[in-house]
Design a protein around this ligand. Sequence first.
Ligand SMILES: *[C@@H]1O[C@H](CO)[C@@H](O)[C@H](O)[C@H]1NC(C)=O
Ligand SMILES: *[C@@H]1O[C@H](CO)[C@@H](O)[C@H](O)[C@H]1NC(C)=O
Ligand SMILES: *[C@@H]1O[C@H](CO)[C@@H](O)[C@H](O)[C@H]1NC(C)=O
Length: 535
Amino acid sequence: MCTSIPNQKPDTTANMMKKLLCSLLRCTLVQIHCLFDYIVTLIFSFYYWGKANKVPPVDDDLLLDSAIVLAEKIRNKKVSSEHVVTTFINRCKQVNGLLNVIVDERYDEAIEEAKEVDRLLARSTDINTLKATKPFLGVPFTTKESNEAKGLLHSMATVARKGYRSKEDATVVASVKSSGAILIAKTNIPELNQWVESRNIIYGQSNNPYNTTRTVGGSSGGDAAITAACGVPFALGSDIGGSIRMPAFFNGVFGFKPSENTTPLKGVGMRDVDFTSTMAEAGPICKCADDLIPLLKIIVSKTESRLKLDSPVDLKKLHIFYQESSGDLRISMINAEMRDVFMKAVDYFRDLTGSAQKIKLPGSEYSFRLWRYWMTREGVDFKSDITNRTSRTSATAEIKKLLTRNSNITLAALLKIIDEDFFPKDKKHWAEEVTNNMREYLLEKLGDNGVFFFPSSPFPASYHNSYFLRPYNFGYWALMNVLRLPTCQIPLGLDSEGLPVGIQVVAAPYQDHLCIAVAKELEKSFGGWVPPSIK
Ligand SMILES: *[C@@H]1O[C@H](CO)[C@@H](O)[C@H](O)[C@H]1NC(C)=O
Ligand SMILES: *[C@@H]1O[C@H](CO)[C@@H](O)[C@H](O)[C@H]1NC(C)=O
Ligand SMILES: *[C@@H]1O[C@H](CO)[C@@H](O)[C@H](O)[C@H]1NC(C)=O
């Protein structure tokens, strides 16, 4: 509304008055939003008073190792794969009662596979070849329920598919398995992956390992929580609207969304072919930045030549850009601690490189609307998928079922269907033009040696269900799906309430290695992932 006043118009008095009124109105709206957020937090904190818990500290330091360190130890027979896999499985069993993140498991089969790895290693003479062909040999991992894995549940957390088991692996799950990694379990998601909290009718609600009154985020919520709780060294997620980076942030671990069209999507969600024009990518979630490149190489195996994952990065020569707020009025204001840690990260890189330029992406204030528009171009039919593609539901039908107590979908899914049926759509021309202009603007700045620091979220993981009152707050992540740029979610330690904080770092297409180089440096100077509890 206000922002549509063209800047070029001469500043007549009338224009200036209009601008002044607009900024006054904006200020008032921001203040009202802040007050609203304050009251929401207050009410929820009363409700959850005294109910908080967190996961116990680990009793075996092996659980703290990165995936590549574990792989190295297994290869050099310092420790057997059987021991590693068993230790992680025991940790999963120890924390899952509290977290409710594991929704299906193959523990016995995984231990058998680990023994097979140990036998293979016992008779191998050429460890270097094994390292090249199977870099994660014997290392356990999880993947979200929505990524197909042969024999395991793939209900998409929707009642109409309850009990459905995959007949084959998603391409990307198969790639990770062929790197030698051992799948031990599948983890919780929102219904059809379409909400910011991992809660559904089939598996219930997942809890944050740092504070069980808080959400794990979505949709790779179970993956990020079990990684942060040391139940696995890494997990395989997918991201169409922040689904890797949001839970990575809420659970204080690294999450990476690769460049567009670099990851195979067959078997990710209900896609039965590889989508090419999409905001979605598969990607890794892990505790240690050193794991990102090796994991990414596996995940993008067919397109790796487009990326420059082995190119060295001279951090001192990077061009740094940043923006402190998207300006989207739907989204809560960024709280003081988040802003503080954001500016510390920017300042750290300002010192390192000699400069950091503040920019404003033209159109970032429409982050949610743009994402909502691009979701309509995905070729995914939510209203059909939720019936397991046997028919197509509608808002009217679902509201009727709700009133007659016959509903078997989540509130989040109902709201999505209501939004599809009853709320006006944005114009194609408008949305595509704003997106293209914004992308061009940012790519022109970034070139092939720039990174963009962008906030992750207004605040750390909030109380369960409070997101129904803040449904747009994932816009900071979603904007990077709209722009289809490689983006790393980087943990920067904990806030005063003991909840993880962090930042997003973005690069131009195929410059994924720049984000990851920054992630490694920030991990070194800010501490990266911090365990939920320390002995
Ligand atoms: C969880 O959060 C609440 C509210 O911020 C806090 O009072 C409580 O101490 C936290 N619990 C843990 C285990 O950190
Ligand atoms: C859901 O769809 C799949 C694939 O078409 C089918 O095999 C399955 O039987 C359906 N129903 C359930 C409950 O899984
Ligand atoms: C859920 O709703 C669908 C659509 O009405 C119906 O076909 C299905 O039988 C219901 N499933 C259960 C388990 O209630």
